[in-house]
Ligand binder design. Structure first.
Ligand code: DX5
Ligand code: ZN
Length: 226
């Protein structure tokens, strides 16, 4: 099993000070920085594009984990790779040719060298079985535990059996695929999700807008590590 990863989501950051927020999260011990890209079509909200990723890139050496909640992601993956994305995750529901889209991401080269890691995200209603024939092309499976579009929503417990099913599929296939969970991940939900087999944890409000820890991102991240 891979070491658990905490990936705070910049969606809950102060967008007028994104660079400083990235530096603060980096210093606070974030493993990855999760970047929520929304197009106002696949999801009802609009956020960040490749230009913002490019602007963030010089501020941190951490993995930029780009979650593309957009239609026709194949039109933009190259721009995100050029901007400095380390991981590019597309939504299964937004891909008519998912196999081709994963190949496309895996073939991208990063400017800093090495390949871009490819992820697939599943909406809460999408079954784990939808990935059987592409699992070997997924460096990461991102399980949405809220309906994508907004931070600060309640964790949907019905996705827990899906995490367990995915972990069983990955283990049976002998793959190194990570399972990342996104949405409503807090100190109250993380232990259950980890027990189900997830090993990467996105947290937006849980880190950046925590009632318990205020602006102390380091304390919030440490609490998630348990
Ligand atoms: C939701 C985004 C999440 C969001 C999670 O569409 O994909 O990454 O930032 O926010 P919290 O942790 O507040 O549920
Ligand atoms: Zn996300």
């Amino acid at each position: 099993r891979l070491a658990p990863v905490i990936a705070p989501s910049l969606l809950s950051a102060d967008f007028a000070r994104l660079g400083e927020e990235a530096v603060a999260l980096d210093r606070a011990g974030a493993d990855w920085l999760h970047v929520d890209v929304m197009d106002g079509r696949f999801v009802p909200n609009i956020t960040i594009g490749p230009l913002v990723v490019q602007a963030l890139r010089p501020h941190t050496a951490r993995v930029l984990d780009c979650h593309l909640m957009i239609e026709e992601p194949e039109r933009y993956v190259e721009a995100f790779a050029d901007a400095g994305a380390d991981i590019i995750t597309v939504h299964l529901e937004a891909c008519r040719h998912l196999h081709r889209n994963l190949q496309q991401i895996r073939d991208l080269k990063r400017k800093s060298g090495g390949r871009v890691l490819a992820g697939v995200s599943l909406n809460p209603h999408t079954p784990a079985s939808a990935l059987v024939h592409v699992l070997d092309l997924c460096d990461l499976v991102l399980v949405m535990s809220v309906n994508p579009g907004f931070g600060g929503q309640q964790f949907i417990p019905a996705v827990r059996p899906k995490i367990r099913e995915l972990r069983a599929m990955i283990t049976a296939a002998g793959l190194p695929t990570r399972i990342e969970v996104d949405g409503g991940v807090t100190v109250d939900t993380i232990a259950d999700i980890a027990a189900d087999g997830a090993d990467a944890f996105v947290s937006g409000t849980g880190v950046l807008r925590s009632r318990q820890f205020g602006r102390d991102y380091a304390a919030a991240i440490a609490a998630l590590r348990g």
